[in-house]
Write a protein of this length. Structure first.
Length: 332
């Protein structure tokens, strides 16, 4: 089979489509013929040699996949059959023609949804769902500040906050991205490049601040985050785009607000925990992607790149211009 590959860590130019061995499903695993995958920041970090896959996971890039069941390993429960349209969040291996997945980690693709659209769901939407409900325990009426609001996770989080009857507020780096987040349901949005988002958030919330912050940026935002975090607020860190080294009296500021810091890294979760998130997501959220649902949820695809142009897809993400997900189409 063909897969996205690189022989040594480095830039996008090191990527190419390589013929590798097709995997065989093991005990309780399903073989999926992949039609589409999607690109994540983790793929860029892995390509640079800074984010190795978990022990035992495929070293092929790709944390999500959408396609059809092509084979069943021994011990499968009968939940899935050959030809079923499925999608999955993976520890690796999604950017290939075939991938094996534990049967409990598969989700059905909503009716009337293409594989391209479905590929934009697993990582972004499960991450946002887990951060909001399992980590942040979002409640109706709470205010949630979402950094990188036009990213895949950001656009999913906006819609999930609305679904929870809470209030999404975002930051983004361009007016175009802020308009996209407003269309997705953001109650307010601020350009972090030319505005002090902490001041704007306090102004919007009439001085009370936000109850939850979803932060993939890290160090450079810590002071502004604490400034606009409410008393007893929850600051959830799930990425470190600006690094993790903090200079300043972080703990005193945190204690003064009785605030808490939570951290999460979905890729390193064990199969049992991941299966729990996915079951809850399948039951509570997936029905809202189907026609007639109210409110209707919608994955946002920024662009589609064929697998042989994987380097081009990586360059597009590194330029940070995408709104929503960059999807990789896998050849038949």
């Amino acid at each position: 089979m063909f897969a996205a590959y690189f022989d040594c860590p480095g830039g996008p130019e090191n990527l190419y489509m390589k013929e590798v061995m097709k995997p065989n499903p093991g005990e309780g695993e399903v073989l999926v013929k992949v039609s589409a995958s999607a690109l994540n920041r983790a793929d860029l970090l892995q390509r640079r040699g800074k984010y190795p896959p978990p022990k035992g996971a495929s070293d092929i890039l790709g944390l999500e996949a959408a396609g059809r069941v092509a084979g069943l390993g021994p011990g499968c429960s009968g939940r899935w059959k050959i030809g079923d349209a499925v999608m999955a969040l993976l520890p690796g291996g999604g950017q290939a023609q075939y991938v094996t997945v534990p049967e409990g980690l598969l989700m059905p693709i909503p009716k009337d949804m293409t594989f391209i659209q479905a590929a934009a769901i697993p990582e972004a939407w499960l991450t946002a769902f887990q951060l909001l409900h399992f980590v942040g325990k979002v409640q109706e009426g709470e205010r949630v500040l979402i950094h990188a609001g036009a990213s895949g996770v950001g656009m999913a989080a906006i819609q999930l906050v609305r679904l929870a009857k809470a209030i999404p507020i975002v930051t983004a780096g361009t007016q175009e991205k802020l308009e996209a987040t407003a269309n997705a349901g953001a109650a307010a949005g601020f350009n972090y490049k030319n505005e002090d988002f902490s001041e704007k958030v306090l102004e919007f919330t009439q001085g009370s601040g936000v109850d939850i912050i979803l932060d993939c940026v890290g160090a450079s935002y810590w002071e502004k985050n604490l400034k606009c975090l409410s008393t007893d607020g929850r600051w959830i860190i799930y990425g470190l785009l600006s690094g993790g080294e903090v200079h300043g009296d972080l703990l005193a500021r945190l204690i003064s607000k009785r605030a808490s810091i939570h951290t999460s890294l979905l890729r390193s979760r064990d199969k049992e925990a991941s299966s729990g998130y996915q079951q809850a997501f399948t039951e509570e959220v997936l029905p809202h992607f189907s026609g007639g649902a109210c409110p209707r949820l919608q994955p946002l695809v920024d662009s589609v790149h064929p697998l042989h142009a994987i380097a081009e897809a990586h360059r597009a993400m590194e330029e940070n211009k995408n709104i929503g997900k960059i999807v990789i189409e896998i050849p038949v």
